[in-house]
Design a protein around this ligand. Structure first.
Ligand code: ATP
Ligand code: MG
Length: 659
């Protein structure tokens, strides 16, 4: 894509300067970039001092055996102490850590002092269940406080956790239990989802009948819904299953946290499976906590005394790990934890909660923003959102249209929007504007945060000039980087470090604009080759979504005998548009041609009601490509709803084709 087309896409190229008051009081100023550029390791060593170490590290980075990094290797610390106890010791025990809101409307506010008691009791319970330092604990819970408490309890005793998203099936759970060789599972009878109890324990029971799960000794079960286990299709296994309220509640509130090596494993987490079979990503302690604490403070400008932070991700995703649990709590934040879906019982539920808790910083995903756009501007308009001062986005490229909508309708046309690029593998935010420093550009993640080295290179591993596109790479190790793929060092090397020597290749395509700002263009595996031109799925999708009748779009390249690949687009229309409208396809094709040039015109456009997404809300283009090329579908274990694919498959033969 030429640079011109990018400008076209933005039509009115706009930048938004940081609000003056925010800039004047920002946690991080532009000096941080200079400082980190002059002495990157010194910069991170300084950030590590945000944490309380029982043994201060004297080494910053050991990179003598790349790609296996050690950060702060001779330091020792306890993550739970850093996220909880030290805030109580500092006199902030009465500060609310978590405002929990259940989907049915039940609420619970937990102060740091209460969190300390709960985490200590859970840690004591895990020890009673035989969990020892180094044992893996699988956590399969809804978005309830016990999820956070369990994670911190594991961290407190040095037992790496492996969260499995509560929406996953017994199969997905069994695979992950097996891969991590978990010894204990923490689950619940169920959670509330779309106004109804949704059972979880029966999936655990089923998973534990699968081979490879024999080492699970105990299942600790939180009572959340009170639904009968038998009616939900589960079984209670005496000797294995224990209730949280029987075992945790009677424990002592005293537990002395032990200090662990900075490189002690903290958790294993599987990627969301957008590009293939999920990978078990291993994160460790000191470097991870340093980077998530730093980025949470820098990117969201967190003021722990006054801000109310809300990250809407599920704790089962890396965003939940880093920006619900470890980053915010390490920083002593007050945050909202919401159990349910954004449209239960009404499509304004999120905005109602922003108003209720006075949320000041809000962090969500483009898929959710696009859903809110589809539901209509009048919904957020009914609520007082004036407490908001910073908005964040993560998970997929955010198209300029959605970015502008987010700022205008949620952020009163005034709050900075920070588009944060990172991955399960990177552990923390890597590329993002800083709200008090950067003039933001709709649709661009812009620049690496201080201390992070990211660039865009071509096939020969040369930096592309401004205006050029290529592969997004990280050129220096960073504190929160993955240490390996669990149990598979070779796959770790092959997947991330083999394509370009000495560089971490993220799998994403990107370009630099004339100012050198980075724009994410989607997975390189998704880049389309049409008559000798590389065309990014993101750009065509953005062009489609900029049409007033389109709410969402997914684009793939399908094999084509004439043009190598041809562009196939799947679009969801906005509420008012009519799918039967004969002229619509021609109109959309013309619209794309105008924005990006005739070569980028989709050959086929299909209107669909839903798109295949991962459970974390990302579009699974590889499945659409399978459909477009009449192949059997690849790994669907992380797909939200497999009926979506059936519907799309039935549409295909009658798809509208032109030229
Ligand atoms: P898998 O690796 O199994 O295919 P996944 O990559 O979807 O799964 P995650 O680690 O949850 O799993 O997602 C990271 C990816 O999400 C990034 O590599 C990138 O493609 C995309 N992403 C995240 N944030 C952004 C962003 N702000 N802009 C553009 N893309 C983003
Ligand atoms: Mg990935």
């Amino acid at each position: 894509m030429s640079n011109e087309s990018l400008a076209n896409l933005l039509r009115e190229e706009r930048r938004f300067a940081p609000p003056a008051d925010l800039a004047a009081n920002a946690n991080v100023t532009s000096e941080a970039y200079e400082q980190a550029a002059a002495d990157r390791l010194g910069f991170w060593a300084e950030q590590a001092r945000r944490l309380s170490w029982s043994t201060e590290p004297t080494e910053t980075l050991d990179w003598t055996n790349p790609p296996f990094a050690k950060w702060f290797a001779d330091g020792k610390l306890n993550v739970a102490y850093n996220c909880v106890d030290r805030h109580v010791e500092a006199g902030n025990g009465d500060r609310v850590a978590i405002h929990f809101e259940g989907e049915p409307g039940d609420t619970r506010s937990i102060t740091y002092a209460q969190l300390q008691d709960e985490v200590s009791k859970a840690a004591n319970a895990l020890i009673e269940l035989g969990v020892r330092t180094g044992d893996r604990v699988a956590i399969y819970l809804p978005m309830i406080p016990e999820a956070v408490i369990s994670m911190l309890a594991c961290a407190r005793i040095g037992a790496p956790h492996s969260l499995v998203f509560g929406g996953f099936s017994a199969d997905a759970l069994a695979t992950r239990i097996n891969d991590a060789d978990a010894r204990v599972i923490i689950t619940a009878d169920g959670g509330y989802r779309r106004g109804k109890p949704s059972a979880l324990k029966p999936a655990v029971d089923e998973a534990l009948t699968r081979p490879g799960t024999e080492n699970v000794r105990s299942v600790l079960v939180v009572r959340r819904t009170g639904q009968s286990l038998e009616e939900a299709g589960g079984v209670w296994t005496e000797g294995r299953d224990v209730w949280w309220h029987d075992v945790v509640d009677r424990q002592s509130e005293q537990h002395t946290p032990e200090a662990f090596d900075a490189e002690h494993p903290l958790f294993i987490l599987y990627t969301s499976g957008t590009t293939g079979k999920p990978k078990g990503i291993l994160h460790t302690t000191g470097g991870y906590l340093t980077q998530v604490a730093y980025t949470h403070s820098a990117v969201f400008d967190l003021k722990p005394e006054t801000d109310v932070f809300w990250c809407t991700a599920d704790v089962g995703w890396v965003t939940g790990h880093s920006y619900i649990v470890y980053g915010p709590l390490a920083n002593g934040a007050t945050e909202v934890l919401y159990e349910g879906t954004p449209d239960t019982p009404h499509q304004g539920r999120w905005w109602e909660l922003v108003q209720k808790y006075g949320v000041t910083i809000f962090y969500t995903a483009p898929t959710a923003i696009r859903a809110c756009m589809k539901w209509g501007d009048d919904i957020p308009a009914k609520f007082d959102l004036s407490s908001l001062r910073i908005l964040g986005s993560v998970g997929e490229p955010i198209n300029p249209e959605a970015w502008i909508w987010y700022r205008k309708h949620i952020g009163a046309d005034a709050t900075p929007v920070v588009d944060t690029w990172w991955q399960t593998e990177t552990g923390g935010i890597m590329i993002s504007p800083l709200p008090g420093v950067t003039a933001t550009k709709p649709g661009s993640a812009q620049i690496a945060v201080p201390g992070i080295c990211a660039t865009v290179i071509d096939d020969e591993a040369k930096d592309v000039p401004n205006g050029g596109g290529g592969y997004l790479v990280l050129t220096e190790p960073w504190p929160a980087m993955l240490r390996t793929i669990w149990g598979d060092d070779q796959r770790y090397r092959d997947t991330y470090w083999s394509r370009f020597e000495g560089k971490y290749f993220a799998g994403d395509g990107a370009k630099k604009d004339d100012d050198g700002d980075i724009w994410l263009l989607g997975r390189v595996d998704d880049v389309m080759l049409v008559s000798g031109h590389n065309i990014s799925t993101t750009e065509v999708e953005s062009a489609l979504v900029s049409h007033p009748k389109v709410a969402e779009a997914a684009v793939v390249g399908a094999a084509d005998p004439q043009t190598t690949q041809s562009i196939v687009a799947f679009v969801i229309l906005r509420g008012t548009a009519n799918a039967e409208d004969e002229g619509l396809v021609a109109e959309l094709r013309a619209h794309v041609a105008k924005a990006l040039g005739p070569i980028a015109k989709p050959k086929r456009i299909m209107t669909v009601a839903e798109l295949p997404k991962t459970r974390s809300g990302k579009i699974m283009r590889r499945l659409l490509r399978d459909v477009a090329e009449n192949r059997e579908l690849g790994d669907v274990t992380t797909l939200t709803d497999s009926s979506v694919m059936d519907l799309i498959q039935t549409k295909l033969p009658s798809a509208s084709t032109e030229d």
